[in-house]
Design a protein around this ligand. Sequence first.
Ligand code: SF4
Length: 116
Amino acid sequence: MRALDPPMALLAEVTHRCPLQCPYCSNPVELDRVAGELDTDSWCRVLDEAAALGVLQVHFSGGEPLVRRDLETLVGHAARAGLYTNLIPSAVLLDQRRLDALATASRRLRSATKRT
Ligand code: SF4
């Protein structure tokens, strides 16, 4: 029996919270509250496991991923694990400070890639 190839990407729905209420939203009707979300350490473990499995990229989504105060930490952790990262936000919560922090976190990927 032929082994399955690893998935190329991980869709990380880091939260179901969102400040918007788009009529076409595919978020679950029964939204997980913040207490039901994976914490930072658990997401970091998931990202490490995904990288070890052969996943190449991670899409941070939700809900609105920017409601997570640890999003920059998760992006940086993914980058250090060698994962290409992208963000799927509505961006209504994006300000210059967070944009700079996310850019800094994602640059770690380029630095890590150049070392390998
Ligand atoms: S921005 Fe996205 S997650 Fe938020 S309500 Fe609209 S479709 Fe749903």
